[in-house]
Design a protein around this ligand. Structure first.
Ligand code: ACO
Length: 764
């Protein structure tokens, strides 16, 4: 469900040449100038570096325990002339000497800093840098009002103090270390540019790269909202996940911008899609708003880029960020030949150590919400269209120039398309809400529940109002609500019965002036995804006679799949209404489904067009049917073979599993004993074929096939043939035609097809 816009997050000016970071605790610390915090610390550090040595020792003495003999317990030297607030943030003008006694323990300053006597100036300056960061964090801890942020500042404060005492390097002792998700945002955006724009001429591609670079820079300086701000704004959110990312972001990205004794990472390099999803909608909205407001101030050379191209770029990227099936987030994403990486900001912490991000040796992290349909490794079957060709075609159909935006809303577009776009743009929002007797009522939720009660009462006039009120406010019921301009315009009230494996849809309505705009469909799609997430895969509802058509279009039927014993006595029975059910398929991303189908249709259309363009010959139509012929073999149609059609697969399908098994076993044995089978006996070893697994996405070999056969995986001859064909295709893809391997593949393939034909599995 979408993030809605609301509170303002810090964002730098988009056309500005220098992006301005916001200071930690920007809400209150150290004045209002965001860059001021960082600049002020830098100035103080420079001043301190040029101070006389006793002054430096005094500063370090404050953070050092007393080393005087007799086990003095004093943990920091304190001047006899106490500063106004501990610890002091300015340098004192009064002279200090090492003989000055400590206010707490009476030992001298020299006694507190004996361990520093022989350290180099460089080391001393490093420690002083940490001291100033500690003092800055101390101020932040005191001024910060948000509890989560305060806690992080305090932990960092303690960590830095400890590293002064131990004279070590500040190391964050987190359970996990960056990167926190792969691919990173930067890699994902890189992939996006490859995926969508690699076909463009180089000048245009350059423009896109510039947009991508600009976008990534924006994220690196984006001020994340605090977890509590987010909780108020987005109701159905993975609050714990967001808080974990927020904490990491403070520790590794935000605070180190100001406290440079902490190692600093770029947000785009250590976070992935999860964090991007949590900021994208709001960020996009604010960036576009800002661009509009500042359009007159933009330098002329940037105007078209920012006002024309940037919004389109963001819309296309948004599709991929929220899509459940976008390939740009796959770790196996294959970069196109033409693209390069987007350089962001040279000289940052990770750019100096690129292996941390690019190396595959790091622990693979699963995306926070693994989706069952994200099965990028699903093997393709024999006769497939080459991946390169599909990528090429995809690049042309996703070109914004190729699909005019208006066509999305044409008569041929899916019912939910407009609603989906409105949700992306933040015009509408979906929230699952409900009343609770345990928690303090949230005013906004109560207002929405009242709104829902009104919509249901108006749209379902035959239902008693009191009854609607009772169910909408009943804590056992929840309602997926549709909000537009802060107002409820529709919803689906439901009750989940997890133990019975179904959910009852109780009321479903959209306010009259908003009907037939696709909202009803999009609501139902969201409800389906919500239930897949909660592992309930059946809906039941009593549809009233006017709504049967709507429910049918949402995949409901009168043929109920849930056993009667599971729902009788649980679901409410309505007179005159029809019981309808809908079984959900957990591998379907319902809110994206119509887009996926549309893309698939486009791909097939384009592939057909390409094929047709290759075969120019036009044959006269068939006249044999007029002459009384009833049926002809497909291959006898003139031109059919030129299209690439092959009678592959035509042959005897052995119905008896044992017979199929023994036939395949014999064939496999023959193939394995063939003199050209040696390169394919075992999986290709990484060490012997560099980069093999980057080029070959679906490896196969005769040993794996033997194992599959043994485990009875080959339930049809087609599966067996597909695997064998994969061996030959892979070999020819990786090796040059003049190689020994390539020749072996050709010869073994020929032999294999002879055996297959002999066994009658395909026609001779
Ligand atoms: N009969 C037949 N088809 C319908 C009906 C209907 N009553 N209502 C919508 N449709 C069709 C639409 O024409 C559209 O078809 P299309 O894709 O072929 O063009 C499709 O269903 C979905 O249209 P949406 O625009 O997505 O749906 P909408 O936003 O209009 O919401 C809803 C549908 C909720 C049924 C709305 O029309 C409504 O509130 N109706 C009055 C209340 C009602 O009858 N609710 C259901 C009662 S039963 C129960 O609550 C369990």
């Amino acid at each position: 469900m979408a993030d809605n816009a609301g509170m303002q997050q810090g964002s730098p000016a988009i056309g500005a040449a220098g992006l301005v970071p916001a200071a930690p605790g920007a809400g209150g610390t150290e004045g209002s100038g965001a860059a001021g915090g960082s600049a002020r610390i830098a100035v103080k550090k420079a001043q301190l570096r040029s101070s006389p040595r006793p002054k430096k020792l005094e500063k370090l003495g404050v953070y050092s325990s007393c080393k005087a003999e007799g086990a003095c317990k004093c943990n920091g030297w304190k001047s006899q002339n106490p500063p106004p607030t501990p610890p002091r943030t300015d340098q004192q003008s009064s002279a200090v000497n090492l003989q000055e006694p400590c206010r707490s323990c009476s030992h001298t300053l020299g006694d507190h800093v004996t361990h520093l006597e022989n350290i180099s100036e460089e080391e001393m300056n490093r420690l002083l840098g940490i001291v100033l960061d500690v003092e800055y964090l101390y101020t932040c801890v005191h001024k910060e009002e948000d509890a989560d942020t305060k806690q992080v500042y305090f932990s960092l404060f303690k960590l830095l103090r400890k590293s002064i005492v131990q004279m070590g390097k500040p190391m964050l002792e987190a359970q996990d270390s960056p990167p926190f998700e792969k691919p990173s945002i930067e890699q994902g955006v890189n992939n996006f540019v490859q995926y969508k724009f690699s076909h463009l001429p180089s000048k245009e591609r350059q423009t896109i790269m510039e947009l991508a670079k600009m976008f990534l820079n924006q994220i690196n300086y984006w001020q994340l909202e605090t977890p509590s701000q987010r909780r108020q704004r987005v109701l159905n959110d993975d609050a714990a996940g967001y808080k974990a990312n927020y904490t990491r972001w403070l520790c590794y990205c935000n605070v180190p911008q100001f406290c440079d004794s902490l190692p600093r990472y770029e947000t785009t390099q250590i976070f992935g899609r999860t964090l991007l999803r949590s900021v994208f909608t709001v960020m996009r909205k604010q960036l576009l708003e800002q661009a509009r407001q500042e359009k007159d101030k933009l330098p002329p050379e940037k105007r078209t880029l920012i006002l024309t191209h940037f919004p389109k770029f963001l819309s296309m990227l948004e599709e991929e960020v929220y899509s459940h099936s976008s390939p740009i987030w796959s770790q196996d994403f294959l970069a196109g030949a033409s693209g390069g990486q987007i350089p962001i900001r040279p000289g940052n912490a990770l750019a100096d150590r690129p292996s941390e991000l690019t190396s595959d040796s790091g622990e693979k992290r699963k995306p926070t919400e693994p989706l069952p349909h994200e099965d990028s490794k699903r093997p393709r079957v024999v006769g497939d269209i080459p991946l390169e060709l599909i990528n090429e075609v995809m690049a042309t159909i996703t070109d914004p120039a190729a699909i005019p935006e208006t066509s999305l809303l044409s008569a041929h577009s899916a019912r939910d398309e407009a609603a989906r776009l409105e949700e992306r743009r933040g015009v509408i929002e979906f929230h699952v809400i409900g009343n609770s007797l345990n928690q303090k009522p949230n005013k906004r939720i109560l207002m929405w529940l009242v709104g829902l009660q009104n919509v249901f009462s108006h749209q379902l006039p035959r239902m008693p109002k009191e009854y609607i009120t009772r169910l909408v406010f009943d804590p056992k019921h929840k309602t997926l609500s549709l909000i537009k301009d802060g107002r409820v315009i529709g919803g689906i009230c439901f009750r989940m019965f997890p133990s019975q494996g179904f959910t009852e849809i109780v009321f479903c309505a959209v306010t009259s002036n908003e009907q037939v705009k696709g909202y009803g469909t999009h609501l139902m799609n969201h409800l389906k995804e919500y239930h897949i997430k909660h592992e309930i895969l059946n809906f039941l509802t009593y549809a009233d006679e006017y709504a049967i058509g709507y429910f049918k279009k949402q995949g409901f039927s009168k043929d109920i799949k849930v056993p009667k014993a599971k729902y009788v006595g649980y679901i409410k029975d309505y007179e005159g209404a029809t019981l309808m059910g809908c079984e959900l398929n957990p591998s379907i991303p319902y809110t994206e489904f119509s887009v996926i189908i549309k893309k698939q249709k486009e791909i097939i259309k384009k592939l057909i067009e390409r094929k047709q363009a290759q075969i120019r010959k036009v044959y006269p139509g068939l006249s044999c049917f007029k002459e009384g012929v009833r049926q002809i073999p497909i291959e006898s149609i003139p031109g059919i073979r030129e299209t690439g059609w092959k009678p592959v697969g035509k042959g005897k399908e052995l119905k008896d599993p044992d017979q199929l098994y023994s036939t395949l076993k014999t064939i496999l044995q023959h193939v394995k004993s063939h003199q050209n089978a040696w390169p394919f006996m075992e999986p290709v070893k990484k060490t012997e074929a560099p980069g093999y697994y980057q080029v070959i996405r679906f490896p196969m070999d005769l040993k794996t096939m033997s194992e599959r056969l043994k485990s009875r995986y080959y339930t049809t001859r087609k599966l067996f043939m597909a695997d064998m064909q994969r061996i030959f295709t892979n070999c020819r893809e990786y090796n040059p035609p003049e190689s020994e391997y390539y020749k072996c593949a050709n010869l073994l393939e020929k032999f294999f097809y002879t055996k297959i034909k002999e066994a009658g599995l395909i026609e001779k």
